[in-house]
Design a protein around this ligand. Structure first.
Ligand code: BG6
Length: 469
């Protein structure tokens, strides 16, 4: 069947500063949390690859922008590395070399006809703020972030129309602070929720600053947040499974979507935490800021849905509180899976979430800011000419796009689809293991770029304005 892209539908890719740039140009002490996750435990990263050199975008951005143009990309979303951009994290003094670099990247994108979208934090919290204040535990860090945001708005506000305050802000609190599987490897749900709360507040303060200042909002600029929120599906319609699913939704979606879009945390959120001994530090003035400064646009990173069931046994009272007190993940047997990642592939989830945004969140403008297919040992799929035959990626993208277009047809306010990723890149811990790009990065050949079959497919779709599936 033929699927036609709507007029002006943004088609591009997303990336992050630290996953592409490499450390070139960074000064001594300008480490981010994720840099330190690598510096302190390099062995935990697949084959020792990490942010050190990444894809060398820092030196090769002009080449990459030219390649994006060749593929017909209209949009590229990446982040500013806060730890690189600022010299003095407390005063907000800017590192001029970094400002020049980001300014050049934005100019290069624009001169190639590619719209830049900028995210202010994709886990690049300066390490020294973590060391000194405990990171997002601290209200002081919120103020440091706002000073940093202001410096970036001043520099790029006239050239960048789409801004995002955070990328997947829940991920470090969740995996690093609550589950202890990522750096800094702690297991403290209360602390994680304090991080989440301060990120929600920092988002609102950045929105307030952008809306109130002379940075580009009045010329049509938009600001929002990128969330890895996902549709939640109960195992059954039983009351227990549905309650479990609502709790998963609360702790993994609504603790961001509700305050950022509606201005209010879910009614029971604070009382539930208190009941479990997780006391948040917050005040009414900050809650008013959150209420009055909601986002203009949302980015959705969608890979896989939540499948949920009620707990089969009661929570062990000796174990500290965790959201799994309320639910368990439902088994995935029989589901279509990405075997390299252990994630269910469920393209209709994108449609379901689009409808949720339409119906429950006032049809907020949004776009897909990540969606993609990670594949290990992708070199195995090369044809004799050395081109990776990634038909599985074409299938993945086309399937998700068709569901997205159905949602648009039914009134979803979706502005575009940005794939993860333009090139293969470094991921946390998995490094270059799972490849996501339309463009291969050849690690044995000085990170040479080589188009995969999916890149040619993408080019054709954008040129024609439609695809068959
Ligand atoms: C996404 C993250 O959830 O997963 C990306 O936003 C990451 O930053 C991607 O690169 C892929 O992860 P992995 O572990 O499969 O390489």
């Amino acid at each position: 069947m033929r699927y036609t892209l709507p007029d002006n539908f943004k088609m591009g890719a997303s990336a992050a500063a630290w996953q592409t740039e490499g450390w070139a140009g960074k000064r001594e002490g300008q480490d981010s949390l994720i840099d330190m996750a690598y510096k302190q435990f390099p062995d935990r990263w697949h084959e020792g690859y990490g942010p050190t050199m990444a894809t060398d975008f820092y030196h090769r951005y002009a080449e990459d922008c030219a390649l994006m143009k060749e593929l017909g990309m209209t949009t590229y979303r990446t982040s500013i590395d806060w730890s690189r951009f600022i010299l003095n994290y407390e005063t907000g003094e800017v590192n001029q070399g970094a400002a020049d670099y980001y300014s050049n990247v934005v100019d290069e994108l624009i001169s190639n006809g590619i719209e830049p979208m900028i995210c202010l934090e994709h886990w690049e919290l300066p390490y020294s703020l973590f060391e000194k204040y405990g990171g997002w535990r601290s209200r002081t860090v919120v103020d440091c972030y706002v000073r940093y945001a202001e410096a970036v708005f001043r520099l790029l506000g006239a050239r960048v129309k789409y801004w995002f305050t955070f990328n997947e802000p829940i991920v470090f609190p969740w995996l690093g602070i609550m589950d202890g599987v990522w750096y800094p490897y702690t297991c403290d749900t209360g602390e994680a929720m304090q991080w989440n709360y301060h990120k929600v507040l920092a988002n609102a303060l950045a929105v307030k600053l952008y809306h109130g200042g002379d940075y580009g909002y009045r010329e049509g600029g938009r600001i929002g947040i990128i969330l890895n929120a996902a549709p939640v599906y109960p195992r059954s319609q039983s009351a227990d499974d549905r309650k479990a699913t609502a709790m998963c939704d609360l702790f993994y979606n609504r603790l961001y979507t509700d305050p950022c879009i509606k201005g209010e945390f879910p009614a029971e959120y604070f009382s539930l935490l208190e009941q479990h001994g997780c006391r948040l530090v917050y005040d009414e003035a900050d809650l008013a800021v959150i209420r009055d400064n909601t986002i203009d646009v949302m980015g959705l990173n969608y890979y896989t849905p939540h499948r949920v069931k009620a707990r089969s046994s009661a929570w062990n009272p000796d174990v500290a509180f965790h959201p799994h007190y309320y639910f368990e993940n439902h088994e995935l047997q029989g589901k279509k899976m990405n075997p390299h990642r252990g994630w269910e592939i469920y393209a209709k989830g994108l449609y379901d979430f689009a409808m949720l945004l339409k119906e429950e969140y006032n049809n907020l403008p949004w776009l897909v800011t990540e969606n993609g297919m990670g594949v290990a040992e992708e070199w195995k799929y090369k044809n004799p000419d050395g081109v990776i035959q990634d038909d599985y990626r074409i299938d993945f993208v086309a399937d998700h796009l068709r569901w997205l277009l159905k949602a648009v047809e039914e009134g979803s306010n979706c502005l575009g689809y940005l794939m993860w990723n333009f090139t293969d890149n470094v991921s946390p811990y998995n490094a270059f293991k799972n490849r996501y790009g339309y463009v291969e990065i050849d690690l044995d050949n000085q990170r040479q770029r080589r188009l995969k079959k999916s890149a040619y497919w993408f080019q054709q779709v954008v040129q024609q304005g439609y695809f068959e599936y």
